[in-house]
Design a protein around this ligand. Structure first.
Ligand SMILES: NC(=O)c1ccc[n+]([C@@H]2O[C@H](COP(=O)([O-])OP(=O)(O)OC[C@H]3O[C@@H](n4cnc5c(N)ncnc54)[C@H](O)[C@@H]3O)[C@@H](O)[C@H]2O)c1
Length: 317
């Protein structure tokens, strides 16, 4: 089968993100070939995915038009790279977040695929110009950065390499939309992309407010979950401002811009997240949720259930 059929996606790496991406692609009817360099790992991933598909189907939360059995039949697993890439038009890399590992993986992939095959990385923190520096034809490369877990959180940041072709961004945007994700385009690469830069700003000010004894760990989390987060699940900061003044964004800035600037100039320096001062914050968090596996797993399950309910609410609105 030629890659021009655009029916086969290869997922490289079958950990947390590789499995979740595979579920996203099969939900859209694509055949997914999963490759992992640890023998047996891709096969284990397929077993795990079957369990998850069945649970989702039972909870009426399975994505797409196909049944769990039909979606599962679209999966195949490989311990060798070449057959895993055969026929694919799109490759989603999900290996460890280590520059040399990712560079090596793309170096191995490039000679095994046709020149039009799109090479996409799931990296969280590495810019495309570094990830793809050892690829010869970089016009077909980009980062498609998911949010964990991509099956329940739809945002995907599409980040181009300086040489990425516009058509590659367009095809990836269309693919992501087709499988039910919500892609956003960055116009150029930047450290942290958009999501993690905004997240870092929120983390830094939350940390400083607790460290400066202005508010507790529990209450700063409530500021987000019961305050800002209530609307941010549906509208972003730009629309929030636009709606919060009688005549929209310009009016909002006339009214509140000076106040926002005053607050911003009072922000402290970048916190030392691991220094002596961080210990009391960590202890406060661990008193609320102990950091042993059992407690964390229970909270992760709760988070995923809540995300599923939120996804359903967003779908119905
Ligand atoms: N976990 C998250 O919250 C999250 C969110 C967004 C993006 N990401 C990114 O997704 C990528 C994968 O993260 P993860 O959490 O799934 O990691 P993981 O450790 O769960 O899985 C990595 C998998 O890659 C396999 N692997 C390692 N080297 C390989 C190679 N050379 N060839 C083939 N397979 C190889 C491993 O055997 C393992 O199964 C990372 O780049 C990470 O930054 C993670």
């Amino acid at each position: 089968m030629s890659s021009s059929d655009m029916k086969i996606v290869t997922v490289i790496g079958s950990g947390l993100i590789g499995r979740s991406w595979s579920m996203v692609f099969i939900s859209g009817g694509y055949s997914v070939k999963i490759y992992d360099n640890q023998p047996g790992q891709a096969a284990n991933a397929i077993k795990e995915i079957r369990k998850q598909l069945e649970e989702l189907e039972e909870a009426h939360m399975l994505k797409g038009e196909l049944s769990a059995t039909q979606q599962h039949a679209l999966l195949s697993c490989y311990d060798d790279l070449a057959p895993a890439l055969e026929g694919a038009f799109f490759v989603q890399e999900c290996v460890f977040e280590k520059l040399e590992v990712k560079q090596g993986v793309f170096q191995d992939i490039e000679p095994l695929v046709g020149k039009d095959v799109i090479l996409s990385s799931s990296t969280t923190a590495l810019v495309p110009s570094r990830v793809f520096s050892k690829v010869q034809n970089r016009s077909r490369c980009l980062v498609s950065h998911p949010v964990n877990p991509p099956y329940h959180v739809k945002l995907v940041e599409l980040v181009p390499h300086p040489e990425t072709a516009a058509a590659v961004m367009d095809t990836t945007h269309a693919l992501m939309t087709k499988v039910g994700q919500v892609p956003v385009r960055l116009k150029k690469e930047i450290d942290g992309f958009a999501l993690n830069r905004v997240q870092a700003a929120v983390i830094a000010e939350s940390w400083r407010l607790v460290q400066d004894d202005i508010i507790s760990v529990k209450d700063i989390d409530l500021v987000m979950s019961e305050g800002l987060g209530m609307r941010y699940a549906f509208i972003g900061p730009m629309e929030t401002m636009h709606l919060n003044a009688p005549e929209g964004l310009e009016d909002y800035m006339k009214r509140y811009g000076e106040g926002i600037k005053r607050i911003l100039t009072s922000f402290g320096p970048v916190p030392d997240f691991c220094g002596e001062g961080s210990k009391s914050i960590v202890n406060e968090m661990c008193e609320l949720i102990p950091s042993d596996r059992q407690h964390l797993t229970a909270r992760i399950e709760r988070r995923d259930q809540l995300l599923m309910s939120l996804a359903k609410l967003k779908k119905d609105n």
